[in-house]
Design a protein around this ligand. Structure first.
Ligand code: MG
Length: 302
């Protein structure tokens, strides 16, 4: 029945959804869907099916799904850079890479201070062209989502790749940093912590860090919001600053002030989301075995 998949906690959420809209299941058959990225130019979306070591592509015009790349070194998160090139977080490659317009691939980061990264998970591009990414250990914990290997870094952190290629560590106080996104004015970086998978006392949450005046480093972080259902993994913001985040029971929507406005409920765990479509008001949802979408009354940030 239309509307049953919405849980409204605050009346502001009623204005952000379209009550008659159902969730469309666009594709099923994956093991762990992640890393959606929408290409407005070509009207298609790519996403990862991590344990099956493949990137899939959904065509918006035809609805067809095909293999974008397999094997792919167990990609996880994707995003686009300022020139529209695909940026990939590779578990098995233990790197962040970029697809060039000639079809070749460039490794942007695979180590920090001489030691290999763990397994880059998600990335975001800032307006200055820098790429910020998280590096939890999920891709080296077992052979399911990459190759099991000992951790070389002293923990799981967040890094920044300068347009010059220089890499700096920007967050070092998280357990398992995961999804991340900037506020619209880029004064705040939000980062999800899924550390509960390894540290039972680590509450599932999104933290916020002020971006300092140099635009390249962060001030002390603080917890922003906590999950009441599973873990927050990947997330995106809309143009009003609302956060649409993956969670154990669907997608949770938080206002910029941290109030939970409501949920879009699904029967599978959601790992990541992104906005797309002609009006950028279609929310794509990577939910375990499926790719889903729903139109909302909000537009995603570029
Ligand atoms: Mg993730």
């Amino acid at each position: 029945m239309p509307g049953q998949h919405f849980e409204i906690r605050d009346e502001r959420f009623a204005k952000l959804i379209l009550p008659g809209e159902n969730i469309a299941v666009l594709w099923t058959g994956g093991r762990w869907a992640e890393g959606p990225a929408y290409f407005a130019k070509g009207r298609y979306l790519v996403w990862s099916d991590i344990p099956n070591d493949r990137v899939l592509r959904w065509d918006e015009a035809s609805g067809a799904v095909d293999i974008f790349e397999q094997p792919c070194r167990n990609h996880n998160g994707h995003t686009l850079d300022l020139e529209g090139r695909l940026i990939a977080c590779e578990h098995r490659g233990r790197c962040v890479s970029r697809y060039e317009t000639d079809g070749s691939k460039t490794i942007l980061a695979d180590s920090f201070e001489g030691k290999r990264l763990n397994s880059p998970n998600d990335a975001v591009v800032k307006s200055d062209g820098s790429i910020w990414f998280t590096d939890p250990s999920y891709g080296i914990d077992s052979d399911v989502e990459g190759d099991a290997a000992p951790m070389e870094q002293d923990g799981r952190h967040v890094y920044r790749i300068d347009p010059s290629g220089a890499i700096t560590r920007v967050v070092d106080d998280m357990k398992q940093p995961n999804g991340l996104a900037f506020s619209a004015d880029e004064t705040v970086l939000y980062v999800a912590d899924t550390g509960k998978t390894h540290f039972p006392d680590c509450a599932p949450k999104i933290r916020k860090y002020p971006v300092l005046a140099d635009g390249a480093s962060l001030g002390p972080g603080e917890d922003f919001v906590y999950s009441d259902a599973g873990l927050f993994d990947g997330f995106r913001l809309d143009t009003e600053g609302n956060i649409w985040t993956s969670a154990g029971d669907g997608v949770h929507c938080f206002a910029p002030d941290g109030i939970l406005l409501g949920k879009i409920l699904t029967d599978e765990v959601v790992a990541n989301v992104c906005f797309g479509g002609r009006e950028r008001n279609r929310l794509f949802i990577c939910a375990t075995s499926t790719l889903r979408s729903i139109h909302v009354n909000a537009r995603g940030l570029k």
